[in-house]
Write a protein that binds this ligand. Structure first.
Ligand code: PGA
Length: 254
């Protein structure tokens, strides 16, 4: 499976800063990405067009939106539609990120609507799942991942399920490892990814084997190689260490 290394810039970078980083990525990747990997940059809304312009024509480097509202247009003050993101140059959408769930109160039901809507509109969608420290310590990992995956995937109609391979990825991000410097250990990552693959198989059957499962949470250049080589780890979702082109490129090639 092609590994996906995704950058989540979160709420960082003005347009000039985004243009600079994107130009550095485009220059470094002009002859292709390391090991044929796919790089995706999830940029803030105001940066998407700038980044898309800077990386146009670079094979293996795609741009995504971090958030959207699941309608084409309408009276939804402060929101942005997938159509607008496509117009700006986004091909990917992120759903279910823990900051959306825990800081902005997005429910499983909204995450499910967004996931289905993004796929229906022809985007590639990356759905994030992951447990809090409290949930992990209470032995609830499987239950939480099961709830997050089932609520988003079970409602998908048969035709949507048939389109998932090649258009859909999962990012497993333990909430306690995001932005904390506390990366999950290899045993924890192996276990969570195996649990995720098993739940996907229960919901989707054979398609489960074709869906990339990325790991995210305090990925850095010095731990990326070991993480990305683990069984069932098909890529990485990188926050802090994706902001500088140099460290993101090191992770991309790890
Ligand atoms: P981090 O963020 O790499 O800074 O921990 C990961 C993420 O939130 O996607």
């Amino acid at each position: 499976m092609q590994k996906i290394i995704a950058a989540n810039w979160k709420m960082f970078k003005t347009r000039p800063q985004a243009a600079q980083t994107a130009a550095e990525l485009a220059l470094a990747l002009r002859t292709g990405t390391p090991k044929g990997r796919l790089a995706v940059v999830f940029a803030p809304f105001t940066d998407i067009a700038v980044v898309a312009d800077a990386v146009a024509g670079v094979d293996g480097l795609a741009v995504g939106g971090q958030n959207f509202y699941p309608e084409d247009q309408g009276a939804f003050t402060g929101e942005i539609s997938p159509a607008m993101l496509r117009d700006a140059g986004a091909q990917w959408l992120l759903t279910g990120h823990s900051e959306r769930r825990h800081v902005f109160g997005e429910t499983d039901a909204l995450v499910a609507r967004k996931t289905a809507y993004g796929l229906e509109k022809g985007f590639k969608v990356m759905l994030c799942v992951g447990e809090t420290l409290e949930e992990r310590e209470a032995g609830r990992l499987g239950e939480v991942l099961g709830r997050q995956l089932r609520s988003a995937l079970e409602p998908l109609a048969a035709d949507a399920r048939a389109q998932l391979a090649g258009n859909f990825a999962i990012a497993y991000e333990p909430v306690w490892a995001i932005g904390t410097g506390r990366v999950a250990g290899p045993a924890e990552v192996l276990d969570a990814h195996a649990v995720t693959r098993g739940i996907l198989a229960e919901i989707l059957g054979a398609t489960a084997r074709e869906l990339p499962i990325l790991y995210g949470g305090s990925v850095k250049p010095d731990n990326a190689g070991a993480l990305v080589d683990l069984d069932n780890v098909d890529g990485l979702l990188v926050g802090g260490a994706s902001l500088e082109a140099k460290s993101f490129l090191q992770i991309l090639g790890a």
